[in-house]
Every structure is written in structure tokens, then in C-alpha cells.
Write a protein that binds this ligand. Sequence first.
Ligand code: ZN
Length: 176
Amino acid sequence: MDKVSEDRLKDCHPVLQQKVRAAAAACAKEDVYLRVNSGLRTYAEQDALFFACHHPDGTLDKTKPWKTNARGGFSNHNFGMAVDVCPSLHGCDSPFAPCWDDNHKAFKTMVREMKAQGLAWGGEWTKPDNDHFQLADVEVTPTAENRTLYAKGGIQAVWASYQGDMQTSRPGVVEA
Ligand SMILES: [Zn+2]
């Protein structure tokens, strides 16, 4: 992957890093190059995304492009356990040409290889989030326990509670 992607990936959980790199390597063999658009987000960054598409009272603002349903602390991005990724049609280390079309061959290749790594795909959720992938062996939506651990000991405390292993695959997880 390109340096921009690596810079965004490096703050994510090591298991997620390994899975995304493995998927990217498999894709590159088919001339499909992945770009990580977003990895770890602070609660404040998550809230900014939320209120970019919601009214101050928390209801959806349908006049704005949809970004997220999750406030700070309620997205796996806040715990380094989710990434937003899409193929770049101009190749690795070339000008970024995002492909957002989930019917495009490159996009389908990305989804196949990310799922082959056991990652859960947001495109299969009730409200599809096509470029979103997360560890499949954590709760689809972070729990109160995650937020409590984070408040006490930061992201390391959340990661210390992670029970997943490299072989775990739980495909077909749907949004709660
Ligand atoms: Zn996402």
C-alpha cells in the first residue's frame, strides 16, 4: 500500500493492520490497489462526522451527504478496529483515483480479499457502508465496556480486552 494508507493504518489494532495488509497484497497481485481513507478517529472527529449529517438534536439531516450513524465512542473507528478502504484506479503511489462503485471489478476484488481475511464488511449492514471494514470478532457497535475501558486506560486498555485471534472468521455479521 502507499504511504498515505500506511500512515492511516499504523494507529489501528495490530490484527487489523495485518489483515488489511494481507488483503492489499492479494489485491495487488490482480492489479487492484487499496487506499485506506480512514482508520483511527478520536471521539471528537467521530462527532464532527456525525453532526455533518445530523441536526443538533441528533436526528438525520437528509439534505446532507450521509457520513455515519455513530457518535463519538459508538464506532469501531474510535478504537482502531475499523478502516474505510477503497481501490485506487491509478495504482499504488500514483495519483489517488478512488473507486466507490461496489459493482466495479476492482471494488469486488477488494471486498472478496478483505472478507477472506475474516473482516466484516459494512456493505452487508442494514444501512450499507460500502467502504467500511472492521474486525469481525468484536461487537458490531462498541459496547459501554469499551467506552469505560477507553476512559480509564485509553486505547491500550480496549486492545488488552480484545479476545480475537488471527484465525477467527465470522462472516455475515449484520448490524445490530
Ligand atoms: Zn468506516
